[in-house]
Design a binder for this molecule. Structure first.
Ligand SMILES: Nc1ncnc2c1ncn2[C@@H]1O[C@H](COP(=O)(O)OP(=O)(O)OP(=O)(O)O)[C@@H](O)[C@H]1O
Length: 274
């Protein structure tokens, strides 16, 4: 399925481009402010199911805020977000759209997995248990089922020999690969990646990116990725969204964005990071 860059109606109205298709994620006129700082400005975009979309742009342009909104770590001041057709921070009650209760948000959030810059593993649990904990306690899988799933994922991320270790006994790259397995163990429809190699020593970056490339190319999971690794973005992305000051100023295929950007701000940004 190809990504079309025809803006959705809402996106046209807001002046923001969109990724169109059978949408799994939809931002409709989302505004997020911290005090007087408008971090996301009437943002509209869609991500089609199965697509890999990378968010690029200068520091402070709002990329991480988008992922945090999807994890319901923060809520929009205006606008709505839908995941797989369901409102995230809102719910419909008696035909009206109201702020969602925690139960509703938690259910929708089960469709989403996130890998953070700082791994965030449970330090007091061995690798296997780090991965089985949520499937057992949140999804209700039996211990055996969860362990089988964890073993399969540890093979995928190349850590079969390390399942009995504590996070502190692993390198940063290995810890991040455990974090990737842990996110996938919940079988999310969407995987959010927030600068997942930024905290790693340079020699450990390639191993983590190779695992993610493999996942991108061998599964049908939808990915939304914030990264400063432009070669990685070029390899895995169906579509790249260039952010500036809380708006998508340009979107398109990686070939288009990286070799023939239209916007002056995109050219400036890429010349600084490439
Ligand atoms: N909790 C918060 N309180 C106040 N301001 C915040 C908070 N979180 C983020 N911001 C501000 O929101 C803006 C966007 O931040 P965000 O982290 O989304 O940017 P980013 O594009 O991901 O940047 P970077 O590439 O540096 O991670 C920044 O100006 C930031 O200072």
């Amino acid at each position: 399925m190809s990504v079309e860059n025809t803006p959705s109606t809402a996106a046209k109205e807001a002046g923001n481009p969109a990724v169109d298709g059978s949408e799994l994620i939809r931002f409709d006129n989302v505004t997020k402010r911290y005090g007087s700082n408008v971090v996301l400005d009437n943002l509209c975009f869609d991500v089609a199911s199965g697509k890999h979309v990378t968010l690029i742009g200068p520091s402070g342009s709002g990329k991480t805020t988008i992922l945090r909104l999807l994890m319901t770590l923060v809520t929009p001041d205006e606008g709505t977000i839908k995941v797989a057709g369901e409102y995230l921070s809102h719910e419909e009650r008696n035909g009206k759209l109201v702020r969602a209760g925690e139960k509703h948000s938690r259910e929708v959030r089960k469709k989403i997995g996130m890998v953070f810059q700082q791994f965030n593993l449970f330090p007091n649990m061995k690798v296997l248990r780090n991965i089985t904990e949520a499937p057992v306690h949140v999804l209700g899988l039996s211990k055996d089922e969860a362990e089988q799933r964890a073993r399969d994922l540890l093979e995928l991320v190349g850590l079969t020999d390390h399942l009995d270790k504590y996070p502190s006994q692993l390198s940063g790259g290995q810890q991040q690969r455990v974090a990737i397995a842990r996110a996938l163990a919940m079988r999310p429809q969407v995987l959010l990646l927030d600068e997942v190699t930024s905290a790693l020593d340079p020699e450990l970056v390639a191993g983590v990116l190779d695992v993610l490339r493999d996942i991108a190319h061998s599964t049908d999971i939808t990915m939304l990725c914030v990264t400063h690794e432009m070669n990685f973005a070029r390899d895995i992305s169906d579509d790249v969204l260039m952010f500036d000051a809380g708006r998508v100023i340009e979107s398109g295929s990686p070939e288009k964005i990286f070799t023939d950007p239209e916007h002056e701000r995109t050219r400036e940004f890429l010349s600084a990071v490439l």
